[in-house]
Design a protein around this ligand. Sequence first.
Ligand SMILES: *Cc1c(COP(=O)(O)O)cnc(C)c1O
Length: 518
Amino acid sequence: MMELEISPPECPPDQKPVLRNAAAYPASAKSPLLFELSVPGRLGVSLPKCDVPETPLPAALLRENLGLPELDEGSVVRHFTALSAKNFSIDGNFYPLGSCTMKYNPKMNEEAASLRGWRRTHPLLPETAVQGALDLLYRLQESLKAITGFPAFSLQAAAGAQGELAGALMIRAYHRDRGDLKRKRILIPDSAHGTNPATCTMAGFTAETIPSDARGAVDMEALIAACAGEKAGTLAGLMITNPGTLGLFEERIREIIAAVHRAGGLVYGDGANMNALIGVLKPADLGFDVMHLNLHKTFSTPHGGGGPGAGAVGAGALLAEYLPGPAAVRAGGAFTLKTPGKSIGRLKAFNGNFGVLVRAYAYIRHLGREGIRRVAEYSVLNANYLKHLTGGAYPPAYGAERPCMHEFAASPQLGNGVSTVDIAKRLIDYGFHPPTVYFPLIVREALMIEPTETETKETLEAFAAALLAIAAEAKNSPELLKTAPHHTPVGRLDETAAARKPALRYTGPAANGMNKEI
Ligand SMILES: *Cc1c(COP(=O)(O)O)cnc(C)c1O
């Protein structure tokens, strides 16, 4: 029998962090023997008696020893349950990851998405047999049109980045159709998400950086210069995020869009995080030509670990005919699938990530018009409350003097050589998932915090208290931060080595040599 050393998670002297995950399996923190549970001869399955004649198998396929661990069923279930509980998740912990919208994902959505009728619908069924599914796609498109003001939507894209690529390809197709082949430049603010220049480049454009000004807004002079004179003829468009990744509303957005339009360019809106605006402001009214929404952020689908997403793309009059297809349309009393006339084509098999679309629809219907507006109000209120509570030690790099939107990018300078990564690691000890770090790139030591609208006042206050406690620790015992985390199954990892030389397979004694690198 192996011995497990049982001990409660340790708490910092003056804090009682909520370490729900670690507490779920306290022994694991101490036990390097977690995987060594195998006992020769122990069995976790019972097979029915063989009711067909036994046939000899080719000797080449048989092995003496498979090296599989031998365990009873209960131990296996506990083992995997314990492993699952070691991860941070939105169901277990506050997860204030800026630019990611890790909000509560209502269980009702999961129930809706797992209804037998949706789950068991084969994508190759004829349209007559899937009228309900097409009806849902149609209604979701209509809801997104109402929320954003765009006259047309495509639900094809499987992620925000794929939505961006679609938009960039649509802009390219538009210019080509007009014989305007010289338009190759897309302007992108320096605070942009990395996918923006990546997708524009993939679509064949040259990404051109526009600097931010001292207020964290687009530098108007630089923008106007990039759209002026001879440069106007080569301008394909602008890709811009509003609110920007600094969590600030782009106050001169109408002027910016007008400048690009005057030069003959089109404007792409990165709407991955629309929490601050939905129900309050329609982006189409600002003049955007095309925009994607991350349904797996703003419209609630769990997306930690790169789970399935949906980057719905909305387009204005100039680009609607270029949207990816097919989309659900109503023809007479029935629903059918149709691809717009000048479509850039298909982005994904069948009809996008249908399960995510069901969740988004359930979420929108559940909230209704009023509820959608409250999402925006509370996401902004929560972010501003947190900014207010923590501002002393964690001042925002830009926009300290004006309200932020659904998130803010703090620029902590705690001294004693404490860096943002140390703060992030220490937060784990306090039971919180770290915010986004070192993004946006223009913020020194960026700590980008998005509380989301679904968090309670108590959670926000507990998180602020942890951040302030960490600021005090930075003064008095900086080593504590530089060596954090201390209460996790493994301590600080060598993240570079983890990425470059990942150990993907268990190679301990119980592996019996089966998992040796081959
Ligand atoms: C998340 C995000 C994206 C990309 O979305 P994916 O679904 O991860 O591809 C693009 N822009 C911004 C601002 C984002 O926050």
